[in-house]
Ligand binder design. Structure first.
Ligand SMILES: [Zn+2]
Ligand SMILES: [Zn+2]
Length: 742
């Protein structure tokens, strides 16, 4: 859509064109996709099921609307999810993100916060990615405690006429008796309720000031603390003390309750704030009896002081004692808190799935009936953003009838975050043409969960978390019967420009696949991609590496040509001399290594093993009585091992040169003979007084006496000994002979 705004080309046109181009490139490279199962998330056949999913989540209470402060990108003119704000900036355009209150749709991912954590250890995912998710979910165990409020000399009541409770989450309930003020987030509704008329002007000014700061800035520990008094007081439930309620932007409405209790004696940030504004500082924890630790004292060990009935209690035990007391008063309880927020999915954008909800003046929010899906995204819409949803300006889209009362109503003008598309697409691939259901349960059951998922690490806290959440929600709806969508995950590395920097047009270091494919063919290009980089690490592009592959594939073709006229030998009938055994060892070692390495995404070492094999074949061909049938046999296996990397060339050799049946891809993957990997002879090092003197071949099963005989019989040994006497001879089986000489 940003591209569309820039160029004026309709997003649908450019998207479909891009899909066609990329599909062509992938086909040219021989990528093995079954194109019958292709899907495009921007087509109604797909997004109809986004809408269906939305309705199901709504039924389950997992989709809801609320007025909330949201991240707003002033340049993109749209709301952003927390995950799309990077260092306080818009992930797409790098503009400074600001806060704005809007009514938005949310998916209740927090409902699954604990399960999303609990399932992580069992996933075969990179540890770093699991850690990112763990931190993002941010579980902390603590307590929720409450204060009542005095404003203008009276106890403040809630809408039901009960005492208004100011709820606070804390991990340090032991310091509760040291609370000297309370802070409320400036953007929260509570701040408006608490502020007295006398203080309103100052608070309003302050709100304007803080709306410009990003969450990251606000939470920064080095940022100068700012704030103003709201005019209201919190009443401490245990000692009855009246403490002032301030507003400061280091408290964020979206985190926890948007209110914090301040204990300046035992918290760096509170201490700084209290010192600046002249607020009370009361010590309630000491490292030991009678010790006056320097304040703020933030160590998590010690005993309570100045805490009335809790004096002398060890601080961890004090948490239980204090929260226990508060619980009897209905003013506190133990609580687990999560940093994870619900997933904001409304976008004031054109290019997305229309939200299947109708707003009726009489009936309120009414879901579009399932039978009316899909709600089609109209084509002719002015999509240049001006802060309002583009669809809101399209009358033919907006005006509709209320499904409940039949009266005039309006559609929801927003579209869904495009991450909704990818939150469940893995299941749709299995059954992409289904018109009657989101997917067939049995088909998904047969093929899912995805056993190997490849994607970038930048998705750690977004797509990969959303998809896990949606899978769990679908499981609870009975759509699938497993817990996790992707059992095993691999992050691909990034191929850099030849200069070692990220490829970019402005740096002029881009490498265009098409040119290389045209010049060298896609087999060379693919094999180089496999050989030139550790798959998960990537690295700089190298034309030299590509040349090495050109040389290698050239040798393979030449060898295939040479052996094309010779039938392959019957390996079981081949009489194996030393040379044959050596080559057979390399052959089987290669099969074993490639089989294991490919499984572990170690494609570069797989190619390296095949290069060693072709060297060994070449060496064998030089020997006097080389068996041509055996060379052909080894070459066929090499061709089979190479086929996933260089499919076109190997298919041609297999059928045309070797006259085998079509296709090489219908053949069994070569298996290796474990007994060929047991060497008759092994090379060991001979050490004299701890220094390697020379290397010698000995029978693999030789014992100490036999090895001692062989070593002593070698003329190099006598020379190395230089007249000294052997004190000790130790043979470490299969590795070395250690000789102590004097
Ligand atoms: Zn932006
Ligand atoms: Zn209605």
């Amino acid at each position: 859509e940003n591209y569309a705004i820039k160029t004026g080309i309709h997003p649908k046109d450019s998207t479909l064109k891009n899909i066609a181009t990329m599909e062509k490139q992938l086909r040219e490279m021989g990528a093995s996709f079954d194109w019958d199962y292709e899907l495009a998330t921007c087509m109604p056949e797909y997004y109809k099921w986004n809408q269906w999913l939305f309705l199901k989540l709504y039924e389950k209470g997992l989709a809801y609307r609320k007025n909330a402060p949201v991240n707003w990108c002033p340049k993109c003119n749209t709301v952003l999810a927390n995950e799309q704000v990077v260092d306080g900036k818009c992930e797409r355009c790098d503009s400074e993100v600001i806060k704005k209150n809007m009514t938005q749709w949310f998916f209740k991912i927090t409902e699954y916060a604990q399960e999303l954590l609990d399932c992580l250890p069992d996933l075969d995912w990179p540890e770093k990615t699991k850690k990112i998710q763990t931190n993002w979910i941010g579980r902390s165990e603590g307590s929720q405690v409450a204060f009542t409020v005095e404003k203008d000399g009276e106890i403040l009541k809630d809408e039901n006429g009960n005492d208004l409770k100011l709820e606070v989450f804390t991990t340090r309930a032991d310091t509760f008796m040291g609370v000297t003020y309370v802070v409320v987030a400036p953007e929260s509704e509570l701040c408006n309720i608490l502020t007295t008329d006398e203080c309103r002007a100052a608070v309003e000014d302050y709100k304007v000031f803080t709306s410009k700061a990003s969450d990251i800035d606000r939470m920064s520990t080095t940022r100068e603390k700012t704030g103003v008094f709201t005019g209201a007081y919190a009443i401490h439930p245990l000692n009855g003390r009246k403490v002032p309620i301030w507003t400061s932007d280091y408290v964020i409405a979206a985190y926890g309750t948007g209110v914090v209790m301040a204990v300046p004696a035992h918290d760096e940030r509170d201490f700084e704030f209290a010192t600046k504004f002249g607020l009370d500082i009361i010590r309630v924890v000491q490292s030991a009896e009678g010790v006056e630790d320097e304040l703020p004292y933030c160590d998590k060990k010690g005993i309570l002081v100045n805490s009335g009935e809790f004096d002398g209690i060890e601080m961890h035990a004090a948490i239980d004692a204090i929260v226990g007391k508060l619980a009897t008063m209905g003013m506190g309880e133990k609580k687990v808190n999560y940093r994870l927020r619900d997933w904001l999915i409304s976008r004031q954008r054109y290019w997305g799935t229309p939200i299947p909800m109708i707003h009726c003046e009489k009936c309120g929010v009414v879901p579009v009936p399932e039978s009316d899906l899909p709600v089609l995204l109209p084509y002719d819409v002015e999509f240049t953003p001006d802060g309002e949803s583009p669809l809101a300006k399209c009358d033919s889209f907006m005006n509709c009838k209320c499904p409940k009362c039949g009266g005039d109503a309006k559609r929801d003008p927003d579209t869904m975050d495009t991450f909704v598309d990818s939150s469940w697409y893995e299941f749709r691939y299995v059954d992409n043409k289904n018109d009657n259901a989101i997917f067939d349960k049995d088909k998904v059951k047969a093929l899912c969960p995805v056993d190997k998922y490849v994607g970038g690490p930048e998705h750690a806290a977004m797509h990969l978390l959303y998809a896990r959440f949606i899978a769990k929600a679908m499981r609870d709806m009975g759509l699938i019967d497993f817990d996790e969508p992707f059992t095993s995950l691999v992050h691909q590395g990034i191929i850099l420009g030849p200069d070692g920097n990220r490829m970019s047009k402005s740096r002029g270091n881009t490498v265009a696949p098409d040119e290389y494919v045209a010049k060298y063919g896609s087999d060379v290009f693919r094999t180089y991609l496999a050989f030139g980089f550790a798959y998960t690490e990537g690295g700089p592009w190298s034309d030299k590496g590509l040349q090495a592959i050109t040389k290698f594939t050239g040798r393979v073709e030449k060898l295939a040509e040479e052996v094309s006229g010779t039938p392959k030998c019957d390996i079981s009938a081949l009489s194996m001399g030393k040379e044959e055994k050596d080559l057979n060892y390399v052959l089987n070692y290669t099969i074993k290594s490639v089989t294991n390495d490919v499984d572990r995404f170690q494609f570069n070492t797989s190619i390296a093993r095949m290069m060693e094999l072709i060297n060994a074949i070449g060496k064998y061909q030089q020997t006097a009585n080389a068996d041509k049938g055996f060379v052909r046999y080894c070459t066929e296996i090499l061709i089979l091992l190479l086929s996933p990397f260089a499919p076109h060339m190997t298919e041609e050799i297999w059928c045309e040169k070797f006259g085998n049946d079509y296709s090489i891809f219908n053949q069994k993957w070569p298996s290796f003979d474990e007994s060929a990997l047991v060497k008759d002879e092994i090379e060991i090092a001979v050490q004299i007084n701890g220094k390697v003197s020379f290397k010698i071949d000995v029978p693999a099963d030789a014992d100490q006496a036999a090895v001692e005989g062989l070593v002593k019989g070698d003329e190099r040994f006598e020379k190395a000994l230089a007249g000294r006497n052997i004190v000790k001879f130790i043979y470490v089986k299969g590795r070395l002979a250690n000789v102590v000489a004097k």
